[in-house]
Design a protein around this ligand. Structure first.
Ligand code: CAA
Length: 407
């Protein structure tokens, strides 16, 4: 019999600073409505110089250890997904291995395929568990990123920072993964970051087209691998999309609805009206975090999931969710999962909402100062929530300080 595997617990982290995008729009001479309505974005999280992919990921994972959802000695596999790593050779995961106090026998590796890396980690961890190799241990998948574009570019409004840590286990207490999964991969130059650059390069409009084509491809593949033949908009209780900015999820949903109507032969139905009708119920409930945090690359889909389960876990118990992950370059995957009965109480403790409420608002000059600063400045006393921070860089070696001790 196939083992039931999935997400046992989710820990999240965002930096303690946020920039209202209305202020950024005014400073750049861009109409406020273009950002608020055209992109659907309201604020973006800003990482201070003492946060990087290591601290964001460690802070998300340490939350799981601190609230007892996961014990360090249970972890047999650590997969860290990021496209904003701190070194070309030394993986983010090995810093986390130390900061979390994981066992020496825990295998660790970093995964990269733009924003798709988090999902790659989740499906690889699920395969490890299904194979029986885990031997009763759990996997920890950490998706952690800082989205940075050129100051003054149109993509500047779609930055953000954050991390999600997924404890993946047999008989999960939060979300059971369905086995069927649809994949689409194709070599495209829609978004990339050459090795010597801190900020990403992007062919913005082309990236949107690549995302939508990949959604079609992943859905088609999913159908050949056991995905339900029923109309997805009625077969699931929620649809979650990789969300670089909330309007992208709206475009993705319209494409999914068009895909389903064409497949089911309903050429007479108005796609836009149909997509608008189901968007509020199926997609909007997961988007609040993206509106207030911005793009978090590998973590985006999983922050949306955490937000949805924390707020609506009871309504969703036992019902199916559809999840679409897109990574530029590109690779994409569509899969489904079910919040397990009894998971709502656990989900209510994720704490994403409280983290967002505790952030300090930045002014545009303060944000620009952070954007100019290199990594490693000293953390002030009010330096944001979290259990660890970057304490310094000497001789190209990073040193992290941890304020959390295992009980
Ligand atoms: N009032 C209301 N809406 C307005 C407006 C106004 N005054 N002025 C413009 N708009 C609307 C436009 O009509 C447009 O809406 P539609 O797309 O629905 O037509 C929207 O605002 C955006 O305006 P533009 O088309 O002029 O776009 P832009 O030049 O500002 O660029 C962007 C937008 C391409 C997303 C850019 O921000 C960007 O390059 N971002 C980074 C790339 C990205 O996020 N790509 C997403 C797909 S790839 C991916 O998902 C991977 C990843 O994470 C990077």
């Amino acid at each position: 019999m196939e083992r039931t595997v999935g997400i046992d617990a989710i820990g999240v982290h965002v930096p303690g600073y946020t920039l209202p995008l209305d202020d950024l729009a005014r400073a750049r001479g861009v109409p406020v409505e273009k950002v608020r309505i055209g992109l659907g974005a309201h604020e973006m999280a800003v990482a201070p110089p003492w946060e990087d992919a290591v601290t964001l990921g460690a802070n998300a994972a340490l939350r799981l250890l601190a609230d007892g959802s996961l014990a360090a000695e249970e972890v047999g596999l650590l997969l860290v997904a990021t496209e904003t790593a701190v070194d070309h050779a030394k993986p983010v995961g090995i810093f986390l291995h130390e900061l979390l106090g994981l066992p020496a026998s825990c295998r660790t590796v970093e995964l990269k395929h733009a924003c798709y890396g988090g999902t790659a980690g989740l499906v690889l961890a699920a395969s490890w568990l299904r194979s029986g190799e885990a031997g009763g241990r759990k996997a920890l998948v950490v998706a952690t990123d800082i989205a940075r574009y050129e100051v003054g570019s149109s993509a500047e409004f779609t930055q953000g920072a954050g991390a999600a840590a997924l404890a993946v286990a047999e008989a999960p207490r939060l979300l059971a993964l369905d086995p069927a999964s649809g994949v689409y991969a194709r070599n495209v130059y829609d978004f990339w970051r050459p090795l010597d650059r801190r900020e990403a390069l992007v062919d913005g409009k082309f990236s949107v087209d690549c995302y939508l084509d990949a959604l079609d491809g992943a859905l088609a593949d999913w159908r050949t691998r056991g995905g339900t033949a029923a109309d997805l908009t009625t077969a699931v209780a929620a649809l979650l999309y990789h969300t670089p900015f909330p309007k992208m999820a709206q475009k993705a949903h319209a494409r999914l609805v068009a895909h389903e109507l064409a497949r089911l032969g309903h050429s007479e139905v108005d796609v836009d009206a149909e997509a608008a009708r189901s968007f509020a119920a199926l997609v909007e409930p997961s988007l609040g975090v993206s509106r207030l945090v911005g793009n978090t690359y590998t973590a985006s889909l999983y922050l949306c999931l955490a937000w949805l389960l924390e707020r609506e876990g009871r309504r969703l118990e036992g019902r199916r969710l559809g999840l679409f992950s897109y990574g530029s370059g590109c690779c994409a995957e569509f899969f489904t999962a079910r919040p397990v009965p009894g998971s709502a109480a656990r989900a209510a403790r994720i704490g994403a909402q409280a983290l967002l409420q505790a952030r300090r608002l930045l002014t545009v000059p303060e944000y620009e100062e952070f954007a100019r600063a290199g990594a490693g400045a000293e953390r002030p006393a009010e330096g944001g929530a979290g259990f660890c921070h970057l304490a310094g860089i000497e001789d190209h070696k990073r040193r992290y300080a941890r304020s959390w001790e295992a009980a």
